[in-house]
Design a protein around this ligand. Structure first.
Ligand code: 26Y
Length: 820
């Protein structure tokens, strides 16, 4: 190392092993001020991250230059959530320097995999919606689509989950504690955001109406940029806003008492981006959440307008140069905010402003669940955003006038109104987004169909051409190439590496499904991955599993509609079979669960306790624990997910039909060679279509059958009392043994199932158990299983987010890639 102290060498961004070695030491010395003997693992991680960052930036600035040069039409993606996962491994892949880096580190006796573990991921989302946004960033970058992703720089992301005494316990996620190598603050890119107060209407000499919003507070949003590198050449920006006090906090002007009040106010203003709300698919109607939404929308729109004007263009052409995608209704206040900016700040007339607005936005809906559809109380809006409330009223009144000219009934009109005044008056944000957008899409074929038939049916009747579908996708680079190098390697050996940029190429694997030698290789890879996962499980829970077991996995947010407790009923049925029926031929299975419950969601938290209680009970019973293991992995995250998918044999996608908009975990499992047991819900339908029905384990009612069943009157108690084996399983929920004497512990779940069972667990139970028997039968035939697994992977091409993004470009955005 002597050499580097005395001759620091020129900054270099080469990609050879030697270049990487040089940079790595330079970063350690000159960025961190550390020498190897005292450096911590985190110092080494940071040096490596800085080394990689320089190389990322080289590509990034080149990419930005190109977007600017071509002056092409671009996309602004607005999302309140992102879940990028760790950056380092992905950036290494995209720079194509994984092996060079591994070797460089090895020369310092450092292990790349150990350093990769050091990265703390940004947990800036709840689940599927946030992760989808990040998959899309990866594909936008790889495809070279001029784009910028806007969001919120939450200081604390999704809470950290620990399991104590079987219960979920939450603690704060201090993801920025050790710094964040991947972002750069842009103090010069900052905007003011106003809140509260009132509006003043006046007319000038020409009787032109002027409306002024006199707010009662103002804060500032500052941009923090993270370059998102695509595979090989292009990249895009993830721009997250952090709330800060405005310059007008002139402390010098205050006396001591006022100084403290000013500081307090400053702290309050910074609260806006403090923490991510951990609820998904369930509203809590919190004022701070609306503040967050407006805050990031307001900064983002001002930034978009700045970029547009910077090119010397007129605002009248905004929609020609930009399209803005709304990731669910969370940023939908943007419709009113753009109107405000165009009308009040840039003096445009209503007709023109409305034309620009509704030609700029497109809206993606991610849910049909009534409890997840955002509705803000009119009173809250009046207090927080008085001008926006006026604008929404005006948009609504013009909209109602428009639809009165069509043949809509009075009932339909009040159903379509942006304002729901049946109880406390609220604004229906999905309606605002629909009226203010040129396209509306769902996230799977089934979901987009239901959107048009149910939640937005009147709008689909009015504007049929506005509605479309874009089936979700996942980035196969992160979820296969980075996280499953063994399988990726085997695939590339067989069909080359083209699948990295064209996932349809996987089809070339299909012919090898009948090749016994290839199947054997395939199974060897899976077994190695399962050993890996077993080690992870041991590390996280202390529980040992035999990697030869069938690894049966359900990982996702905990929700009644996703029916984790249906899986539990199945596990208990197996337990009963062994214990009470003396059945011996159940194949050894490890049931793995992971996922967070919203802190205020009583049933979800109880379901976690149920899973861990069943685990405790079964894992400690020597009569069954050779055959069954039940594991709850704490703190599910992108990082943990990347260990889980490669090691799974069976993927559980068992939501009640019609409830899961798409699902994306389903795609990640199948891409890693797991077979799916699932209902005809969300994208499961399309996965089954692609892989063939003989390669998918289907069970349960269809969406139509669910509706019929409910309409005819659903009586879970009847099902329970007529199915003896189901009855003994459900009754076990109240048993002394399971509850360790606290027999009321699962009473709420028991009562819910017998009296309401809104998600039809008991209805689908027998069909599920029967299909699982089929799963076990096929599992015994490992050759057959391997064949099905290969066929599954070979047919995953459709589920690349590259395909989804191309669909968005063609069906919605009309945006073209720039050449790399
Ligand atoms: C309004 C607030 C409470 C809220 C916050 C987060 C509502 C919803 C959400 C998150 C929803 C979500 O993650 N939805 C999931 O989106 C995925 C991507 O489209 C789908 O694959 C998945 O089926 C859907 O549940």
């Amino acid at each position: 190392t002597e050499h580097y102290f005395t001759k620091p060498g020129v900054a270099n961004i080469g990609l050879t092993k030697e270049d990487i070695k040089t940079s790595f030491l330079e970063k350690l010395f000159y960025s961190l001020g550390r020498i190897p003997v005292v450096a911590t693992k985190n110092d080494f991680y940071t040096s490596l991250a800085l080394t990689v960052r320089d190389r990322v930036f080289r590509k990034y600035v080149k990419s930005l230059e190109q977007y600017a040069e071509e002056d092409a039409r671009g996309v602004a993606y607005l999302s309140a959530e992102y879940l990028p996962g760790p950056h380092l491994g992905n950036n290494l892949l995209n720079l194509e320097i994984v092996e060079e880096t591994r070797e460089a580190l090895a020369e310092f006796n450092l292990d790349l995999d150990e350093l990769l573990k050091e990265e703390v991921e940004p947990g800036l989302g709840n689940g599927g919606l946030g992760r989808l946004a990040s998959c899309y960033m990866d594909s936008l970058a790889t495809l070279g689509i001029p784009s910028i992703a806007y969001g919120i720089r939450y200081e604390f992301g999704i809470f950290k989950q620990e399991i104590q005494d079987g219960w979920q316990v939450e603690s704060t996620d201090k993801w920025l504690q050790k710094g964040n190598t991947w972002e750069i603050v842009r103090p010069e890119i900052s905007f003011e955001v106003k809140f509260g107060g009132h509006t003043e209407h006046s007319r000038d000499g020409n009787y032109k109406l002027h409306i002024e919003w006199i707010p009662d507070s103002e804060i500032k949003g500052t941009a923090y940029d993270t370059p998102i590198l695509g595979y090989q050449s292009n990249s895009i920006t993830l721009r997250l806003w952090k709330a800060e006090a405005t310059e007008s906090f002139d402390f010098a002007a205050y006396n001591l008492g006022e100084y403290y009040r000013a500081v307090e106010k400053k702290m309050r203003s910074e609260n806006i981006t403090k923490v991510l709300y951990p609820n998904d698919e369930n509203l809590s109607g919190k004022e701070l959440r609306l503040k967050q939404q407006y805050f990031f929308v307001c900064c983002s729109l001002q930034d978009i307008i700045r970029l547009h004007l910077l090119q010397g263009r007129k605002l009248e052409t905004l929609h020609e140069k930009f399209t803005i995608q709304l990731n669910d209704t969370h940023p939908s206040i943007a419709v009113a905010e753009l109107m405000r900016l165009l009308l009040d700040v840039h003096q445009m007339g209503w007709e023109e402003a409305w034309k620009v607005t509704k030609s700029t936005f497109a809206y993606t809906n991610h849910t049909l669940l009534p409890e997840a559809l955002e509705k803000w109380p009119v009173n809250l809006l009046r207090n927080l955003l008085p001008r926006h409330l006026e604008l929404i009223y005006e948009i609504n009144s013009r909209f109602i006038t428009e639809i009165r000219e069509h043949d809509f009934t009075g009932e339909q009109i009040s159903r379509m109104s942006l304002i729901d005044d049946r109880g406390e008056p609220t604004i229906r944000m999905a309606h605002l987004a629909t009226v203010g957008s040129y396209k509306v899409n769902g996230v799977s074929a089934l979901h987009s169909g239901l959107l048009k038939e149910e939640v937005l049916k009147d709008f689909a009747q009015l504007w049929p051409e506005k509605f479309t579908n874009v089936t979700n996708g996942i980035t196969h680079r992160r979820f296969l190439a980075v996280s499953n190098p063994r399988l990726a390697g085997l695939i590339s050996e067989k069909i080359g590496k083209e699948w990295l940029t064209n996932l349809d190429k996987l089809k070339g694997l299909e012919s090898f499904a009948n090749d016994e030698y290839f199947r054997r290789k395939w199974m060897e890879v899976k077994l190695e991955n399962k050993k890996n996962l077993a080690a992870q499980i041991k590390e996280l829970t202390g529980i040992e599993i035999n990697p030869e077991m069938l690894i049966d996995v359900q990982v996702k947010r905990i929700h009644e509609y996703k029916r984790q407790h249906l899986k539990v009923l199945h596990i208990l049925s197996l337990y009963m079979q062994i214990k009470k029926d003396g059945q011996k031929d159940i194949p050894p299975t490890a049931f793995i669960f992971a996922g967070k419950a919203a802190p205020g969601y009583f049933m979800a938290k109880r379901i976690i306790k149920l899973i861990t209680a069943v685990g405790d009970f079964i894992n400690n019973d020597p009569e069954v624990n050779e055959t069954l293991k039940v594991i709850f992995l704490p703190n599910f995250s992108v990082k943990l997910a990347q260990h889980v998918y490669p090691g799974a044999d069976l993927s559980e996608q068992i939501s009640m039909a019609g409830k899961e908009a798409s699902g994306t975990g389903n795609m990640k499992f199948a891409l890693n060679g797991a077979l799916t047991v699932g209902t005809l819900d969300g994208a499961n339908v399309e996965i089954r279509e692609e892989v063939g029905e003989e390669n998918f384990f289907l069970f349960g009612l269809t969406t139509e059958e669910v509706a019929e069943r409910k309409k005819a009157g659903y009586h879970p108690y009847k099902i329970y009392s007529e199915n003896e084996k189901l009855k003994r399983v459900v009754d076990f929920l109240l048993s002394e043994e399971l509850t360790k004497g606290n027999t009321e512990l699962f009473r709420s779940i028991y009562d819910n199932l017998l009296n309401q069972d809104p998600y039809l667990l008991l209805q689908d139970y027998q069909s599920y158990v029967d299909q699982m028997e089929n799963v076990y039968e096929i599992w015994q035939d490992s050759q057959k299983w391997a064949q099905m697994s290969i066929i599954n992977v070979a047919n995953m091409g459709k589920f690349s987010s590259d395909r989804s993004i191309k669909d968005y470009c063609e069906k919605i955005w009309k945006v073209k890639a720039v050449k790399a």
